[in-house]
Design a binder for this molecule. Structure first.
Ligand SMILES: [Zn+2]
Length: 326
């Protein structure tokens, strides 16, 4: 067993959160005001995505987006997350999907303010939907590149792969993003198996895999990911809630970490699951008997794999080193 971990130490541990969806960070009061907030039972990915559409469909005003962004910064600060890569999928947002520039501006102001007040740096990863056609994906990348907004750092792809991953459809969009200097991550190995993870790396050129845990079904792939140092942004509670794994104790995260695959801990959609990042570190540490060394290692992966600028990443690694040397 690891040493006694205290919550304050975990909250102070410098870290990044690299797998967080804006759509999973919408507080009920921003959507419903003083009306009662519905609380549906969610236990699978399809229901989760449908619920997100309901929430996002009611966000019409810039000040609502601003409030969501402000609270993202506040929760990150409380969890010791010094950088956040925030995934935004415009297709969930009917009032904003054709006004990406206005949407990013509405998020950018409060994020910049939080940063000036000592909060986290935040980079947006604009996300393609798995169900999109090739042309829609390429159009989204074109819009992101035209916008050239410094808040947007990456391209992502998310959604349900139950109907197939269709990676060949998205090769051109990802190639274009790479050529233009955008960072790239991809959801895979959640609702797809090991082949989805391999394709995300080899066909899409994803630098980081969101989830990726079902790579565990292919030992050769696990060895490849370890050798190439491809990081997985793991979200243990999300995987349990959506039935991807039975429980935390049987989560492949620990086997992957011991096999040398870089793994980080993240919340995915924290307000839908009623979780926060410190709790995710606590629960995982308890499940696998981790001490400070293991938690420090996971925090290091989170920072090294984040899409902050090289200078910012180096500063965060130094801050982590100083903290761990105390
Ligand atoms: Zn996700």
């Amino acid at each position: 067993m690891g040493v006694e971990l205290d919550r304050d130490w975990i909250a102070a541990l410098p870290k990044a959160e690299v797998h967080l969806h804006l759509e999973g960070c919408i507080p009920g009061h921003v959507v419903f005001g003083s009306e009662p907030v519905p609380d549906p039972e969610i236990d699978n990915l399809a229901d989760l995505l449908a619920h997100l559409d309901t929430l996002c469909g009611r966000i019409e005003r810039a000040d609502q987006l601003g409030e969501i962004a402000r609270l993202v910064g506040q929760r990150a600060s409380a969890a010791g997350a010094l950088h956040v890569d925030l995934i935004v999928n415009p297709s969930h947002w009917p009032h904003w999907r054709d006004r990406l520039g206005a949407m990013v501006d509405a998020l950018d102001g409060p994020l910049a303010e939080a940063e000036q007040d000592g909060g986290p740096t935040v980079g947006l990863c604009v996300s393609i939907s798995r169900t999109h056609r090739a042309g829609q994906a390429e159009e989204l990348v074109d819009r992101v590149l035209e916008l050239a907004h410094p808040r947007i750092v990456g391209l992502s792809i998310d959604g349900n792969e139950a109907g197939g991953s269709h990676n060949e459809r998205f090769v051109k969009a990802f190639d274009h993003a790479r050529a233009a200097g955008l960072r790239r991550c991809a959801h895979a190995g959640e609702s797809s198996g090991p082949e989805g993870v391999r394709e995300a790396v080899e066909m899409l050129g994803a630098e980081r895999i969101d989830h990726g845990i079902r790579c565990i079904g292919d030992p050769g792939l696990v060895a490849d990911l370890a050798r190439r140092g491809v990081p997985l942004d793991v979200c243990p509670t999300s995987n349990v809630v959506l039935g991807i794994v039975d429980d935390l104790a049987s989560h492949p995260l620990e086997a992957l970490r011991l096999a040398g695959v870089p793994v980080s801990l993240n919340t995915d959609d924290p307000l839908l699951y009623g979780i926060e990042l410190v709790g995710e570190y606590e629960r995982t540490a308890a499940a696998f008997g981790w001490g400070r060394a293991e938690l420090g290692g996971v925090a290091r992966t989170s920072i090294e794999s984040c899409f902050a600028s090289p200078d910012r990443r180096a500063a965060l690694v130094s801050e982590l080193d100083r903290f761990l040397a105390r």
